[in-house]
Ligand binder design. Sequence first.
Ligand SMILES: NC(=O)c1ccc[n+]([C@@H]2O[C@H](COP(=O)([O-])OP(=O)(O)OC[C@H]3O[C@@H](n4cnc5c(N)ncnc54)[C@H](O)[C@@H]3O)[C@@H](O)[C@H]2O)c1
Length: 337
Amino acid sequence: MEKLRIGIAGLGRLGKVHANNIANKIPNAKLVAACSIALPELTYAEKELGVTRTYSDYRKMLQDEDVDAVVVVTTSSEHCWQIAAALDAGKHVFSDKPLGVTLEECKMAQEAVERNPHLTFMLGFMRRSDPSYAYAKEKIDAGAIGTPYMVKATGIDPESAVEGSIRFAKTSGGIFLDMAIHDIDLMRWFLGAEATSVYALGTTFKHLEFKDAGDDETGVAIYQFENGAVGSIHVGRTAPHGYHVETEIIGTEGSIRVSPVPAKNLSVLYNGQGVLTECVENFGTRFDDAYRLEMEEFVDCVLSGRKPGVTVYDGTMSTRIGFATTKAWKTGQIVRI
Ligand SMILES: NC(=O)c1ccc[n+]([C@@H]2O[C@H](COP(=O)([O-])OP(=O)(O)OC[C@H]3O[C@@H](n4cnc5c(N)ncnc54)[C@H](O)[C@@H]3O)[C@@H](O)[C@H]2O)c1
């Protein structure tokens, strides 16, 4: 079987997940190289994943002729130049979200994709690969809820992870850019339309450190779409019960809800305290399958010449909407997109 030879950049929290999937779970892919500015991550790649070619300089990895494709899982501000440099070096590219942290650099990455049409580029909006979200999309496209006209999306990180969120609050870009980007992409995907205006509010009741950092621990935004549809997003940092991600799509003939109870598994405990379902703990466990399936899709697209469903334009548009949401929250005004 032909194998796609992949070099990965960034082996932090999520990079290790992708690296493990490529090395151990995707039969037609091979992890041949790894790059990081952190030495322990390179040692991890050598010892745990058997990678023999490691680089601390990204551009050197791009000169490696045995690398067919690059997977970018570095800090978000590094994504765009690394995407452009890899494409211009003749490598296919998978980049995790967000595409970039400014609109200017997103456009620069977009231009690199456009001048290299013979190469595959895919952005890691992994919720689209999650079996439940993919099923919801299939049902909607088949007309199961009529015409979708509203999406309500909730994404709340577990309280158990709040210390890390507080630590990164000053540099995260704010709650909407940091957290809502997946929900923004899902709204556009399910409604098949672009957002035209947004109004947003934030509040902080529990951890005043968020306010001190110029952020909020809870954010709410409402959107108008070009076809008249509407959307709402609720993002937060303090779910006491676990990682709460839930999406509802409402149409003229019905509605579909993805994980109204974000259950850890199918077990339900009946005892003196009531009927209990445990909540999934974090994004890694909730989207474990999705991370593997999106990488399988990327590899298959490169090997078969098929174009991925998630494009560079999805990255630019989501970032544009994320910035507009942040502006609405900061100014208290309705922002046209
Ligand atoms: N799709 C998702 O659900 C999801 C979840 C978590 C993170 N992410 C995204 O994945 C990316 C990585 O997030 P993370 O949580 O793993 O961060 P992280 O800080 O744990 O890891 C990033 C790693 O990139 C490496 N790095 C930074 N600059 C580099 C460079 N110039 N060259 C080579 N290596 C470099 C660092 O050594 C660091 O360890 C971010 O863009 C983040 O937004 C996506």
